[in-house]
Design a protein. Structure first.
Length: 339
């Protein structure tokens, strides 16, 4: 019984496919270089403009307050990375801590481009390279942003007095949004919202509903990051106005609300101006408005420098050799199959 053999493909047949793959690779590399250069230019411009505005304030701050405030920014970033990692785990897409840090911290640099959405786009692309499908990565970004916003609104209740000075409408909106956000963060409701997003992306729903434990961990780490960021601002303010417990509460709430509003106002890079308005209102009872504005801008500069440094370190940590020095191969979570 004779069998009909399939004709073998020839090099000439494979040439168009190889050419197409090469073009796609070249275009992807060009796009990455262009985005990287755009981010670098935006960061250099941001640091230069901020330095000219806060030079006098920085000169008046003690060196210990700058170091201590920067330390709390780094701690807040670490908490945010843990929240991001728990969100991915809740969506059944666990990745190692090193990869989570690289995806989150490097992606965060995208917020310095006009429109805060670039940070989310970069995080989605970076997490895809870590073995998570693009749809799952995008969903994880949405879940993390939702949980971060929810925790910011809750923590931000501490800063309502300051927000009322900026805008009564905004303060009332926060009071109204808090219960709505908490309902949306409730695992059964959040599961339904995630499945709806996956349906719109034409992807299968979650295999299991989101659990209270995993979502609670992500939400808790988000809240911890806002508190740590608020302590950073309090340390800077205390260097000028002295340590006050009431000031700590105001700083925590104001920074949470200011940064949350800065993310939601996507038309300006990194929410410039929005955060400062809330912070100045929070600090005005303790110091002159001009000094408060200087501290708000100094806080932004410290954040910028810390985020750039953390992004660079996270990018270098993506090196396989460096990662193997700290994380044993058998201790890592197996990468999920790309969809």
């Amino acid at each position: 019984m004779s069998s009909i053999e399939e004709p073998e493909s020839t090099p000439a047949d494979d040439a168009p496919k190889r050419t197409k793959r090469t073009k796609r690779t070249v275009l992807a590399n060009v796009a990455r270089v262009a985005v990287t250069l755009a981010i670098l230019v935006a960061i250099v411009f941001a640091v230069k403009s901020q330095w000219s505005e806060v030079k006098d304030t920085i000169d008046q701050l003690s060196w210990w307050s700058l170091i201590a405030s920067a330390l709390f920014v780094f701690l807040g970033m670490g908490a945010a990375v843990r929240a991001w990692q728990h969100a991915l785990g809740a969506l059944e897409q666990p990745i190692p801590a090193f990869d989570a840090a690289r995806c989150y911290l490097v992606g965060q640099l995208g917020k310095y481009l006009p429109g805060s959405v670039w940070a989310f786009v970069l995080q989605t692309e970076l997490v895809r390279r870590a073995g998570v499908s693009r749809a799952a990565g995008f969903t994880a970004v949405l879940v993390t942003v939702g949980l971060s916003t929810t925790s910011a609104l809750v923590v931000g209740l501490l800063g309502l007095p300051a927000l009322f000075q900026v805008s009564t409408v905004a303060a009332v909106a926060v009071i109204v949004l808090v219960p709505i956000a908490l309902v949306c963060a409730y695992p059964p409701v959040l599961t339904h919202l995630v499945n709806l997003a996956l349906k719109l992306l034409r992807r299968p729903p979650l295999h299991k509903p989101l659990t209270m434990r995993k979502i609670g961990l992500a939400l808790g780490w988000c809240g911890a990051s806002w508190i740590l960021y608020g302590v950073h601002l309090w340390i800077l303010a205390s260097s000028t106005a002295g340590f006050q417990v009431g000031g700590l509460i105001e700083c925590i709430g104001a920074l949470a609300l200011g940064m949350c509003a800065g993310v939601l106002v996507i038309v300006v890079p990194s929410g410039i101006g929005v955060r400062e308005a809330v912070i100045v209102a929070a600090l005005s009872p303790f110091m002159d408005a001009g000094v408060a504005l200087g501290l708000a801008l100094a806080s932004r500069l410290v954040f910028t420098l810390c985020e750039v440094l953390a992004g660079i370190v996270a990018a270098l940590a993506g090196s396989r050799a460096l990662r193997n020095m700290f994380v044993h191969e058998h201790s890592r979570v197996a990468q999920p199959i790309k969809a």
